[in-house]
Design a protein around this ligand. Structure first.
Ligand code: HEM
Length: 219
């Protein structure tokens, strides 16, 4: 019955072809450091899923943001667990993506023909940092408020366009309700959409070009 259902779907969706092209590929002799890219992708998915659950209760307004987080921690079943995973997952993702970048740099995987994979990776790293920056404000506690005050002050020191950048980030001269909704929108819509699309391109490149082998003395 299950086999029949699979054959029916396979005939229409080409599942076996997708499996053969995407997963059943020849991989050179690699080591554990080569798992960091997949670990980054899994962490992104984990952040996405836990973030969706947090968004059920989180309210992005200065009056309610702090209280909604307190409610998630103390009033919602397993809210503390979901928030804890999202909180620690964020730091872990930054570390893992950074280590993955170091791995590809150390093995020279950024060289021809993988320059574009590297370039999409650079934007992925910046977006991952952006997720951390925008997410940090959301609890709207003292630490979040002042960290973002400093964080949005820094680009203000850029000659000529600095004050403009600070203004765009804050949605005004001071941190306000506009800043909070702005950071929330970027955190849950803009950056995840960009990261999701870029991971698609990044992995397409990996599938198309194959994983680079560990360089040896002759290379
Ligand atoms: C969310 C962030 C990222 C995800 C999900 C991701 C995912 C992946 C995956 C699954 C692979 C194949 C397996 C592997 O080699 O580990 C890979 C390869 C690669 N990644 Fe990333 N990556 C990310 C960020 C980056 C960054 C920041 C860079 C560099 C700036 C980068 C550069 C590369 C390169 C050059 C390869 C090819 C490696 C090879 O062929 O040996 N990636 N990535």
């Amino acid at each position: 019955m299950a086999n029949k259902a699979f054959a029916w779907l396979d005939e229409r969706l080409g599942l076996t072809t997708i499996y053969n092209v995407v997963l059943d590929r020849k991989v050179p002799k690699v080591n554990w450091w080569f798992t960091l890219g997949s670990a980054s992708a899994i962490l992104f998915l984990l952040q996405g899923v836990t973030g969706m659950f947090l968004a059920v209760y989180y309210v992005p307004s200065p009056q309610s943001a702090y209280d909604s987080i307190q409610f998630i921690m103390n009033g919602v079943a397993f809210g503390w667990l979901i928030r804890g995973i999202h909180h620690w997952g964020a730091s872990l993702m930054v570390i893992v993506v950074f280590l993955h970048m170091l791995r590809t740099f150390y093995y020279g995987a950024y060289k021809y023909p993988r320059e574009f994979t590297w370039l999409t990776g650079v934007v992925l790293l910046l977006c991952t940092l952006g997720m951390g920056f925008t997410g940090y404000l959301l609890p709207w506690n003292q630490r979040a408020y002042w960290a973002t005050t400093v964080g949005t002050e820094l680009p203000g020191t850029v000659p000529l366009i600095g004050p403009f950048i600070t203004n765009v980030l804050r949605g005004g001269t001071e941190l306000s309700a506009v800043t909070l909704t702005r950071f929330f929108a970027v955190h849950i819509w803009f950056l995840p959409a960009v990261i999701g699309a870029l991971i698609g391109v990044h992995i397409y490149m990996v599938v198309k070009l194959g994983i680079s082998s560990v360089p040896d003395r002759e290379d």
